[in-house]
Write a protein that binds this ligand. Structure first.
Ligand code: 5GP
Length: 141
């Protein structure tokens, strides 16, 4: 497996070199909205420590990310009146991974509504801002 590339887009977001619609942050993990959501509220949860994917992440970092994914999922159920949550995580190109810093997709789902295809449409900034604010507030409360 190739080594971790610190120039990947999520590493730049983690360093504050690129913006994101932040939903949650603690000392080990960051959660922000996917800018091409497969459903409203589609959130990405990342470890702050460098890890390419599931195959090289340290167990403690993986545990921290799983805990944040669970918190985000609970908040998203309320904020988006969701009927369920789809959790996705891809490893290496053959596994569907496009950005090579480990991340989990937390996708709120409504019964009978299919997800959009991956990376099909950029959401409007005002919609992303509104969703990030609502999720962040639910995660605080
Ligand atoms: P994966 O690597 O798991 O296949 O997917 C990468 C995800 O990152 C995609 O869902 C895509 O929409 C999202 N994405 C790509 N570029 C950006 C970006 O610059 N900012 C954010 N927030 N998401 C991105």
């Amino acid at each position: 497996m190739p080594s971790y590339d610190p120039q990947n887009i999520f590493a730049k977001i983690l360093r504050g070199e690129l913006p994101c619609y932040k939903v949650y942050e603690d000392d080990k993990a960051l959660a922000f909205l996917d800018i091409m959501p497969r459903a409203p509220g589609h959130t990405l949860v990342l470890p702050k420590a460098p890890a390419r994917n599931l195959l090289d992440v340290k167990p403690d970092d993986l545990a921290a990310v799983a805990q944040v994914a669970q918190k985000v999922a609970s908040a998203a159920m309320k904020v988006f009146s969701a009927d369920g949550i789809t959790l996705q995580q891809f490893n290496e190109g053959a596994g569907g991974q496009v950005v090579f810093h480990l991340h989990f997709h937390v996708i709120p789902r409504k019964a009978g509504v299919p997800m959009k295809p991956p990376a099909s449409e950029k959401e409007k900034p005002e919609v992303l801002s509104d969703h990030a604010l609502k999720l962040a507030a639910a995660l605080k409360g």
